[in-house]
Ligand binder design. Structure first.
Ligand SMILES: NC(=O)c1ccc[n+]([C@@H]2O[C@H](COP(=O)([O-])OP(=O)(O)OC[C@H]3O[C@@H](n4cnc5c(N)ncnc54)[C@H](O)[C@@H]3O)[C@@H](O)[C@H]2O)c1
Length: 418
């Protein structure tokens, strides 16, 4: 149902929520931040300091009871997302959820059911889908620039060991998840940053769908060593078996109905510099590779557009050779941005400057803008509940696959009407 504008938004989970402050400033005509909810007194106090007019809640249940709130942005620990989203939807609120949407298959189905029953808007705040290069490549893919896409890859490799243990030595929610103390963590625990953009390039849940997936993990080495080195001797979280039910790196393969393969890697433990954007794509007439670090540029090669010609085009007797091919040389990568005139995504062309001013590479700005638009118009959110659970279910499916020594596991068809 179309909604009034500006949208009266509340944020639950004020730490990550605070990162959206400047994007919210740029979107003041679309969104009015009216309330914040956090169980930590310190976090609530910080919000009141910078935003004295804001209504403050220490309980999620009381927050969603407030009739003067239209929508809730859930930025609490990952293990709470699905349960809180279901509660908020049933309380009549629209929901924007931080990643990942759900950590078990049961939660995925509960989320789908709650959205279908309540008819409220639900969107996953997958900001990696809105980075300039991922949207650029999506625009190219949708225009057929790569020919038929056969393979795509994404990785999230980010040394987050310090986020596992509080300064008093106790485990954070991430530590609880990664140590496997609450459920097995031997799998791909954070798939949506890498799978989200790739799924959009491949038209997953539109023209193709995920069929089955398999995951292998490495042994748990770095977290164990690190915990032992930073905690006092004999601390339970530094004991030799404390992180045994974990893994440093998980490699996931997914096959799609149309015979494409997606490769994902997740590693939040191994020591190395963080590379924010880590993607690749192969089509029948072009390829994309993202930069390996901040000093590099993303690269593209498109047959007939980029410099050089594939040797396959003139190595065989009797085949037509392109005129002047001797001087054309082998294929060479081109910097992606050189094709901006033709392939810049229209959203970035129109709002790129405002998005960049809002920080975090622009992703947070577009997430909020698209969510507000979906609620206001009543249109399908660009990352809807079916996308959210299709991408997030890789976590429980990967854990299942690892338990079965890498066996392929079927991906559920969450949208029963598709
Ligand atoms: N999209 C991104 O790039 C990105 C980046 C960082 C974090 N995240 C996601 O954001 C979420 C939060 O991550 P974080 O790093 O801010 O974690 P955090 O632990 O630093 O913050 C979580 C906050 O939630 C509060 N909280 C806990 N239980 C609550 C409850 N029941 N009701 C209300 N508030 C509660 C805590 O007091 C804390 O302030 C996670 O799901 C994470 O995956 C996404």
């Amino acid at each position: 149902m179309p909604h009034r504008s500006p949208l009266r938004l509340a944020i639950a989970g004020g730490h990550r929520g605070a990162a959206f402050a400047s994007a919210l400033d740029s979107l003041e005509n679309e969104i009015d931040l009216v309330a914040i909810c956090d169980t930590s007194q310190q976090v609530r106090a910080r919000w009141v300091e910078t935003n004295p007019a804001i209504r403050v809640f220490d309980s999620f249940e009381r927050l969603i009871d407030d009739p003067n709130i239209d929508a809730v942005f859930i930025a609490t620990p990952m293990t709470l997302h699905a349960q809180q989203a279901v509660q908020a939807l049933h309380a009549g609120k629209h929901v924007l959820s931080e990643v990942i949407a759900a950590v078990t298959l049961e939660e995925c189905w509960q989320l789908v059911e709650a959205v279908e029953r309540t008819g409220r808007a639900y969107m996953l705040a997958e900001n990696y889908c809105y980075k300039r290069e991922t949207m650029f490549v999506r625009n190219m893919a949708e225009q057929g620039a790569f020919g038929e896409i056969t393979f795509a890859e994404g990785a999230y490799i980010h040394d987050c060991r310090d986020l596992n243990i509080h300064t008093d030595g106790s485990l954070t929610w991430r530590g609880n998840m990664r140590s496997g103390s609450t459920q097995s963590s031997r799998g791909n625990g954070y798939p949506t940053h890498s799978l989200g953009p790739v799924a959009q390039w491949l038209g997953i849940n539109r023209t193709d769908r995920l069929l089955r997936t398999t995951t292998f993990v490495t042994r748990s080495a770095t977290r164990q060593e690190w915990a032992q080195s930073v905690l006092p001797e004999g601390h339970p979280n530094g004991m030799p078996d404390a992180w045994a039910n974990s893994a440093d790196s998980a490699s996931t393969l997914i096959q799609t109905e149309q015979g494409r393969v997606i490769s994902l890697r997740f590693d939040s433990a191994s020591p190395r510099p963080h590379n924010m954007v880590h993607f690749g794509l192969q089509g029948t007439s072009g390829a994309f590779v993202s930069r390996r670090h901040d000093e590099e540029e993303p690269l593209i090669w498109l047959e007939g557009v980029s410099p050089g010609v594939s040797p396959a085009n003139f190595n065989y007797a009797g085949m037509a050779r392109p005129e002047g091919h001797e001087s054309m040389g082998h294929p060479q990568w081109q910097v992606l941005w050189e094709l901006a005139e033709q392939y810049e995504h229209p959203l970035w062309a129109r709002h790129g400057e405002a998005a960049l001013r809002s920080g975090h590479g622009g992703g947070d700005y577009f997430v909020l803008k698209d969510f507000a638009q979906a609620v206001t118009t009543g249109e399908r959110p660009p990352i809807d509940v079916y996308d959210a659970v299709t991408w997030s279910c890789i976590t429980p499916l990967s854990i299942q696959s690892v338990r079965q020594n890498g066996a392929p596991i079927d991906v559920p068809r969450f949208n029963r009407n598709s």
